[in-house]
Design a protein around this ligand. Sequence first.
Ligand code: ZN
Length: 345
Amino acid sequence: MAKGKIDHIGMWTWGGRVFNWKKYLDNMKAVGMDSVVLWHYNAPANAQEIAAYADNLGIEVIWGFNWSWNSPICLDSAEDAAKWRDIVLEIIETQYAPLNASAICFQTGGTEFGGSCRLDCEPCKQAAETGVGPLFVKFVTPIINAVQEAYPYLRIFANVHMGGMKESYQALSQLDRSVPIMWEDLPGPLKHIEIPFAYDWEPENKLQPSTIDMVERLCQLRGPDDEVAFILKGFPCHWGGDDPMLLEDFDLKALDAVYHDKWGEIAAHCEEHLGDVLKVFRTIADSPAKTKTVLLLVEHGLWEYRKYYAAVLITEALTNPHREPQQIIEAAKDRLKEDLLAIEK
Ligand SMILES: [Zn+2]
């Protein structure tokens, strides 16, 4: 069988604490990344400038914004879905269409923390126990349809947390097939699944066969030509708020000293468990999905200041996971040689 590949590698960030956007994107480009999710409640004040800069580098910006995440809604209410459909259409029209955005991604109430219903209704109460999968599909489908009708060229990603889905994630097989599902917070409550660096992964845990099964299932939830994305959240990141993203003057060298140990610890885990990490990446690469995307969540991690080894190593592993760990470690270190000299000057 031909060895598969991961089509898109990139970053996912809330964006409120990225101090220098140009350098952040430059460093992404330098390691071969081609996609970035910028998550905001509203398009940042310098969105136009960021979009143009990313476009020049050949990096696609996927603009992430709220479709009722953390808002008082009822996922079972057609009225609430209609209200959010209008809000979403207005946000796209006023903020993202003027940027010539090619892709957006959304998060919806209930997927992260489970159901909390403004009407305290029975279906939502039940979903809090068993997972919000079916109600999620019911709520977002009319909004997706309306966006597709108004903006047929716009790709829409559904960014969902396993936390609120639980076993009901299988209901997402009913979600519009043209909307790639972007999985976050794996394994969440599914404790038999431990995906290295996905979230609260314990490094001493061994990779279980059930993890590989789960990754295979998520890669073809809607059949063999599905589109899937994974967010790896085990890197330094810190909620930076949803302030507009503007270049700020910060003493990055002082912050670098703070981050040095944290990144170093993760790098040690990455090297030690690279064999297991590669098994997961190979599973994604070799899956029958039509497109496969893997994004690293790095914000307030000073990626704009330094290409930290852990992120470079994981990116190198994603670029071609069919190599041996030692080859990947050497390739990652080679990439960094010039950088280390530049920073030390
Ligand atoms: Zn409800």
